[in-house]
Design a protein around this ligand. Sequence first.
Ligand SMILES: Cc1cc2nc3c(=O)[nH]c(=O)nc-3n(C[C@H](O)[C@H](O)[C@H](O)COP(=O)(O)OP(=O)(O)OC[C@H]3O[C@@H](n4cnc5c(N)ncnc54)[C@H](O)[C@@H]3O)c2cc1C
Length: 234
Amino acid sequence: MLAPAIRHMEFERADGAPFAFIPGQFVQIHFTYADGKPTKRSYSVATIGDGSGAVPRIEIAVSYVEGGAATNLLANLPEGGTIDASGPYGRFCLDEKDANRRYLLVATGTGVTPYRAMLPHLEKLGQRGAEVALVYGARNESELLYGEEFEAFARTHPHFRFYACFSRAARAQPRAHDRAGRVHVALSELKPDAEHDIAYLCGNPEMVDQAFALLKDAGLPVPHIRREKYVSSR
Ligand SMILES: Cc1cc2nc3c(=O)[nH]c(=O)nc-3n(C[C@H](O)[C@H](O)[C@H](O)COP(=O)(O)OP(=O)(O)OC[C@H]3O[C@@H](n4cnc5c(N)ncnc54)[C@H](O)[C@@H]3O)c2cc1C
């Protein structure tokens, strides 16, 4: 368990082949409802690769959704169990053609997993002089997924800052870049800059819409505000 209601799961392809993906992409899990009707759900890949473009394991973070069909399937999957999946899909990825000075990466909940997968790429961005601010919203400390990994990355990569925004309760031992409130608190403080920033927004659809409005008001061109909304795809 990564958090009281969020499970980290790891999968391997049944044929033993590595899984090729670009950080930011997701997989789809295919299954059937009790009445036999087929359905699917999407999960962003959280795996940190070695730069080869393929990984031995597909890691995902699964939120518990009350009464959720995929939640039920995954919660009851025994260790070593098999599921049907396809992918990778999606274009919520860093673009090597971008030459912006700063990245604003914004997430709530499991929406932070694409940024975890992007860490090796974020490291390289420092080499071309770009700054990266990861703004992560959680209700409290226990819901901050992979928080220590991001903190550790920030300590060794001065171009990367990790802003943990707590909407309900502060950490027992607050850190320098913690903020009280939702992600827009840190985002406003960072003074989004139309000329130099590219933003990525991932997670709760309401947060994505609000952050999009804030960034658009700040003058960021829409192609520089990239979005992934975690809506249920039924
Ligand atoms: C591109 C993409 C990537 C995604 N990546 C992830 C990921 O990495 N991790 C992850 O956990 N989820 C992710 N999601 C969401 C995921 O695909 C499912 O929608 C979610 O897990 C709920 O599925 P379920 O079958 O358990 O619930 P459902 O059976 O779909 O829903 C059950 C009930 O809960 C409501 N509901 C659905 N989702 C939520 C929610 N998030 N909060 C509150 N109520 C809800 C529904 O409206 C419904 O009433 C992603 C979605 C997209 C589109």
